[in-house]
Ligand binder design. Sequence first.
Ligand code: BT5
Length: 324
Amino acid sequence: QSEIRKRLLELFSHSETEFISGQKISELLGCSRTAVWKHIEDLRAEGYEVNAIRKLGYQIKSKPDKISSNEIQLGLETRILGSSIHFEEVTTSTQKLAHKLAYEGVDEGTIVVTEEQTEGRGRLDRKWFSPKYTGIWMSLILRPNIPPTSAPQLTLLVAVGVAQAIQEVTGIEPDIKWPNDILVSGKKVVGILTELQAEPDRINSVIIGIGINVNQTQEQFPEPINNTATSLSIITGKKIDRALLLQQILLHIEKLYLTYLKNGFKVIKLLWESYAINIGHQMVARTIQGDIKGHALGITDDGVLKIQSDNGEIHLIHSADIEL
Ligand code: BT5
């Protein structure tokens, strides 16, 4: 049943504005025209707007504001990312679920998406607020053939892909703050969390969590982040199509990922630098070993941050919180 639904939406994803006749759909899906009609009715009940015109057939005019597998699938143009979609209406954390699936051996490109996380998390077990129907909370599973030490490059790659997609869908030009934040007007819109299942010299899988504030109002941000967080909708003053944004994110990340696997980090680094805000500025890097104050020189070819402290010494920072 859900397989037919998936194929039905696939048919429409190739002809978004076109009509497809009931006869043709029933032939392609191998079910009766009554069954086709029934599936269309089900879509309507879920909030799809479907035009039905005698002699022309069916056309999907709009999707509901949801990001379950169907809405992601319809119009998705990627080959790898999203080839398998695990959707949960609510879950503790998509990272947790993705770790489990990765361990069980799911294919590269599998994504885990939810409408709400009850235990969304950031780095160092910090909390990530993930309220219902307002954002994109997802985890990607990749299996690149790279050494574990190169994995941080993927955080930067994903940040570029998300920034490009945000720019394309909303017109906003976001900033990237090393290593894992995307900011707009100095406030955090996106957080990225990269985790590994690896042996010392080999990656089994990389699990990349992406959290994006899309349609929240300012009042929806709770006290500790009320002044530091914002959403795309607050900035544009418009409601944003989350499914479309999600699809564009997958598409941009996939393009960058394929380039990266083929040509290495160089091109990604250049793109990343074009979005970076903290390079060339004074900053404090709060690391587990202590604070380092200085001038950010840039990132190395591995994606490591280079800071020159006031006494001229150069530090390589692998992991830190940055204060500008
Ligand atoms: C991050 O950590 O920014 C990574 C966040 C990754 C979230 C995604 S959602 C899908 C996947 N599943 C998960 O469970 N996680 C990933 P970090 O740099 O440590 O920043 C965390 C800090 O950001 C918190 O301590 C808060 O101060 C702030 N914060 C929490 N929720 C926020 C939100 N919705 N928007 C902006 N800032 C937030």
